[in-house]
Design a protein around this ligand. Structure first.
Ligand SMILES: Cc1cc2nc3c(=O)[nH]c(=O)nc-3n(C[C@H](O)[C@H](O)[C@H](O)COP(=O)(O)O)c2cc1C
Length: 362
């Protein structure tokens, strides 16, 4: 089986690639041949709507001196085409749209009835993929953002060939920068993409169960998701400024993962909604490399993360940033570090004893 992946992201190491990689790897492990085309690197001129390929030079586009003729040959020779695109403005990325419009030489001008509707027949019914898979990532956390992206793929495949053999949209893509914090769910999602690649070879389609695993929401706590995303962008802007001033040398991806605010904000994001009745304020007085004062405020099953002291905090934790980061990263046992005086806590220690439970939500 030949699988051609049409990768639309201009970021070859971005999130589209992050989910495409396990898909292709497992397909290869089942004997498939795979090739990835990075559409952003191809020279593909946009269709000018002249219809030359239909009435003047049948099957041949007016644009002959770009990469599209060779890409069409690859498309004709594959069994499965994987459309891998980041969601851009509710739809496929422009590189993929330009590519798709240039596929017109593969169909004939005639209008015929296809499955009860009007369509164009294939120029060569035996050429081209029998199946297509749509794989996508988007920044927003809700699956509904993909509605307009999926629609044209359903329309494109409603005649039977090619069939839509898998729909794998992954919302909340940027959270995958913090894969370790996504815990079991992160692992399950990546395994889902791996399984999808295996299924496309073994079953010739991705099962609905695997599709559901790949697209499952990271969280139902969307308010916290938005808080964390906003914090991420604040830190990114600040990192850029610090770099510009020569005060920061680490790449952003490394710096943000070690930022105490991201870690404390992440705790807030994992606040378990089962503690709906709990009203509590936790204040962090942080010293060390990243000094500052922050608070977590829990009420109505939501935990907010803010800068500054809490009004009458239930618990104050005083810690060097390095110690708290080590605890959050699992390099230091929280209870042992407390017993050893690496950090101190004043107030309702029950809040301290149960942080795994309090902040353990997926
Ligand atoms: C121009 C542009 C438009 C975008 N539009 C959307 C959108 O409509 N909905 C959404 O959830 N994310 C949107 N995003 C976010 C991307 O889908 C997200 O960052 C994705 O992870 C990018 O994939 P990549 O890392 O493979 O490039 C947009 C990003 C850009 C740059």
């Amino acid at each position: 089986m030949k699988i051609l992946a049409l990768q639309g992201s201009p970021r070859p190491a971005g999130y589209t690639q992050m989910v495409l990689d396990p898909f292709l790897e497992s397909a290869r492990s089942r004997g498939a041949e795979t090739e990835t085309i990075f559409l952003a690197k191809q020279k593909i001129r946009p269709c000018i709507g002249c219809y030359t390929r239909w009435y003047k030079t049948p099957g041949i586009c007016i644009h002959k001196n770009d990469d599209m003729p060779a890409l069409l040959e690859k498309l004709k020779a594959c069994d499965v085409a994987v459309y891998a695109t980041p969601l851009h403005y509710f739809g496929m990325i422009s590189y993929m749209k330009v590519f798709s419009e240039r596929m017109m030489p593969l169909i004939l001008p005639q209008l015929v009835e296809l499955n009860g509707e009007t369509g164009h027949p294939h120029r060569d019914p035996d050429a081209g993929p029998d199946r297509i898979v749509l794989l996508s990532v988007c920044g927003f956390p809700e699956i509904s953002h993909f509605d307009a992206l999926v629609a044209p793929f359903r329309l494109l495949t409603r005649y039977g060939k090619p069939s839509l053999a898998g729909v794998l949209p992954r919302p909340g893509s940027e959270s995958m920068l913090f894969m370790d914090k996504l815990g079991k769910k992160g692992k399950a999602v990546m395994e889902g993409f791996f399984r999808a690649g295996r299924e496309i070879v073994d079953l010739e389609r991705v099962s609905p169960e695997t599709e559901a695993v790949c697209s499952q929401p990271w969280t139902t706590n969307l308010r916290s998701f938005r808080d964390q995303a906003n914090l991420y962008w604040d830190i990114r802007t600040e990192h850029h400024e610090r770099t510009r001033r020569g005060e920061e040398t680490r790449p952003f991806e490394e710096a943000v993962r070690k930022d105490i605010r991201m870690l404390l904000g992440g705790m807030a994001g994992r606040f378990s909604p089962e503690f709906r009745e709990l009203k509590a304020k936790l204040q962090f007085d942080v010293t060390g490399e990243q000094p500052g004062q922050w608070r977590l405020v829990m009420t109505d099953g939501y935990c907010g993360f803010c800068t500054g002291p809490a009004d009458r905090p239930d618990l104050i934790i005083r810690t060097p940033s390095e110690v708290w980061i080590a605890i959050m990263e699992g390099r230091l046992n929280g209870a042992e570090a407390f017993a050893e005086g690496k950090y101190t806590a004043e107030g309702d220690l029950n809040l301290l004893m149960g942080p795994q439970k309090l902040f353990g939500a997926a």
